[in-house]
Design a protein around this ligand. Structure first.
Ligand code: TRP
Length: 336
């Protein structure tokens, strides 16, 4: 790996399969940038436990599944390093130091924390959940990442990370790197229900692993313009979920689809078939790659190697951090 290149760090909680919203919101950016940056992708299993501590059994399977999603979506294991968060204790060590000067009120007012607390019915937030953005700041800074490709909901966390890193560098020594978030133009992909963001818990997703038939039947179930009862009724593309997907996935035909729909010349069924075709075109190369990774041992080897490499980086950063904080007493390890 070329040490001169700038670094990317980003990650996901392994709580389920990845869907189109993940792909268009951040995965695609990571794939596009993977040869330009030294890229680290974190499977944030400990962060997943901040909402799923009573369902720890879901993690093992999802860790492998999410890695399979990454690799089949086009993350190249030769170019980017896939890392398991729990296997880097240095992250938790750094998070503890960040926590020393993180205000509880700032965490309480974090809009993403508030939204997620509502989603999970957390009336009395745990210390671990409230503090996960601090640990996320450690995820980023342990790698000294310059860029963090994320969905829009993560911006408050990246802002916090920047503040904690800046403060660290002022308080102790300037050893950490202040990162920048990058979001894609698709910041919020609507779900098949047409009302909410695409989200596993709302059962309104097209998954990257869905086959052709599943995609077609899901697209057929998508909510369209309620004013179109018969095929010839004039349509209103701006209120139609299927059109929202065409906008992103089928820009070449957009003008034509708009006109034909408004004039009642194409029916929703035809329009949906067209869209399903476009989605399947996007997913097809992913399915081909997924076949290559059928054997979970292959995936585990990639994660193990990535985690080993990442641990070295994390250990180096922590040595600098401890020395900056003057908590490297007596060089005890060196004496052994
Ligand atoms: N909070 C992110 C999410 O829920 C996952 C994540 C964990 C992450 N650590 C990270 C994202 C570090 C970017 C950088 O999607």
């Amino acid at each position: 790996m070329n040490e001169q290149r700038k670094r990317i760090l980003t990650g996901d909680r392994p709580t389920g399969k990845l869907h189109l919203g993940h792909y268009l919101g951040s995965l695609q950016t990571r794939i596009n940038l993977q040869y330009e940056y030294d890229s680290y992708i974190l499977i944030a299993d400990v962060q997943a436990l901040t909402t799923h501590w009573e369902n720890e059994e879901i993690l093992a399977e999802n860790v492998v599944n999410i890695a399979a999603d990454y690799l089949s979506a086009g993350l190249d294991p030769e170019a980017c390093t896939i890392v398991i968060q729990s296997m880097l204790p240095e992250i938790h060590e750094l998070a503890t130091y960040f926590a020393l000067y993180t205000s509880v009120n700032v965490l309480r007012h974090n809009p993403t924390i508030k939204t997620e607390a509502l989603q999970h019915n957390f009336t009395d937030m745990t210390y671990g959940f409230l503090g996960y953005p601090v640990s996320q700041a450690a995820d980023i800074s342990i790698f000294k990442a310059h860029l963090v490709p994320v969905g829009e909901d993560q911006i408050p966390h990246i802002e916090l990370a920047r503040k904690l890193i800046r403060r660290f560098n002022e308080l102790y020594k300037p050893v950490l790197v202040e990162p920048q978030a990058i979001t894609s133009s698709v910041t919020r992909l609507v779900g098949l229900d047409g009302k909410n963001k695409m989200s596993k818990s709302l059962n309104n997703c097209i998954y990257l692993a869905d086959d052709r038939a599943a995609v077609l039947s899901k697209v057929k179930s998508a909510v369209t313009d309620p004013a179109r009862i018969r095929k010839n009724d004039p349509g209103h593309p701006e209120v139609c979920t299927v059109f929202a997907y065409h906008k992103i996935l089928n820009p070449g035909e957009l003008a034509e689809i708009t006109a034909e729909c408004q004039q009642g010349n194409i029916g929703c069924v035809q329009c949906k078939n067209n869209l399903a075709g476009k989605i399947n075109l996007l997913l097809e190369p992913m399915h081909e790659r997924r076949n290559k990774y059928k054997n979970p041992d292959l995936i585990l080897d990639i994660i193990a190697e990535g985690t080993k490499k990442a641990r070295k980086v994390a250990q180096e950063t922590m040595e600098e951090v401890r020395s900056a904080m003057s908590i490297n007493y007596f060089d005890i390890y060196k004496r052994q």
